[in-house]
Ligand binder design. Structure first.
Ligand code: BJW
Length: 229
């Protein structure tokens, strides 16, 4: 077997569950009573922007009350110490990876603490309540800021960088994601086709478990520090 030098790690909502943030598709999933696929769309935002803004205000409030757990901390340590290439691709919009200290990090589905300008596409730090339509710091247009979240039908961030990292990976590790959402759900096949070994760490078997060389079942807060060490 070839020695591992280059690692790509994909994380999903399950890695933040033990910090107290809800996952999307579990029994206590987000959007109480709504399927995330029905509400996390640009069309839903156009239909009822106040409802969508209120949902993200509540998510930001929840984020303020939680801290990184041992899984985030272990990945940040690996990021600091790994001499080869490493990229943590997170589907999560929380900031727990960076609060734990990770830097080789890409938020492919956007960030709760960021705003996106519909007028000029600039991304800026979320500046609080958008109810009265503050101006975009880049172009000055008022009332054009929306949550910087990748909704269904929109192109995730960083695809070129992700594909380049997958092409060079010797090891692909998927942590706490159901494998229900593309393109992230297809990364395991891309990595395997490029010759990487593939490992899944999850609380339960996921839709794509059979695609991995190995699956370990358990909570991320236990499995991830065990794997990193
Ligand atoms: C634990 C744990 C513990 C719990 N320890 N584990 C038909 C076929 C194929 C594709 C499509 C199709 N129809 C439409 C599409 C495309 C669509 C899609 O995938 N739809 C599916 C419904 C089929 N995708 C898109 O539209 C994407 N864009 C796109 O495809 O652009 C075109 C393109 C073309 C070519 C190349 C590239 C792109 C955009 C997807 C945007 C997803 N956005 C969301 C919402 C963000 C809003 C918000 O945060 O409010 O992102 S959806 C939601 O799901 C969120 C998540 O990032 C994403 C993934 O969820 P995740 O993280 O897996 O969470 P869960 O809850 O599903 O799973 C949690 C897991 O954790 C479980 O497995 C638990 O077991 C585990 N767990 N506790 C370890 N303690």
């Amino acid at each position: 077997m070839t020695a591992v030098r280059n690692i790509v790690i994909l994380t999903g909502a399950g890695i933040s569950a033990e910090s107290g943030l809800a996952t999307f598709r579990g029994p206590d999933g987000l959007w109480e009573g709504h399927r995330v696929e029905d509400v996390c769309t640009p069309e839903a935002f156009a239909r009822d922007p106040a409802l969508v803004q209120a949902f993200y205000d509540a998510r930001r409030a929840a984020l303020a009350g939680v801290v990184p757990n041992p899984a985030h901390v272990a990945l940040a340590r690996l990021d600091r110490e790994w001499p080869g290439k490493l990229l943590i691709v997170t589907q999560n919009v929380d900031d727990l990876h960076e609060r734990a200290g990770a830097t080789r990090l890409l938020h492919m589905h956007g960030e709760l603490c960021s705003a996106l300008c519909l007028a000029c596409d600039a991304r800026s730090r979320w500046a609080g309540d958008l109810g009265d339509g503050p101006a975009c710091p880049a172009c000055g247009v008022a009332g054009a800021l929306r949550p910087d979240i990748v909704w269904f039908g929109e192109m995730p961030y960083g695809m070129e960088r992700i594909e380049a990292a997958l092409a060079q990976a010797d090891l692909f590790v998927s942590i706490g994601t159901s494998g229900a959402v593309y393109p992230a759900a297809g990364f395991v096949q891309v990595a395997a086709a490029c010759g990487a070994r593939t490992l899944e760490l999850n609380l339960e078997r996921s839709a794509g478990s059979d695609l991995f060389d190995e699956t370990c079942i358990g909570p991320a807060g236990v499995l991830v520090p065990g794997w990193v060490d």
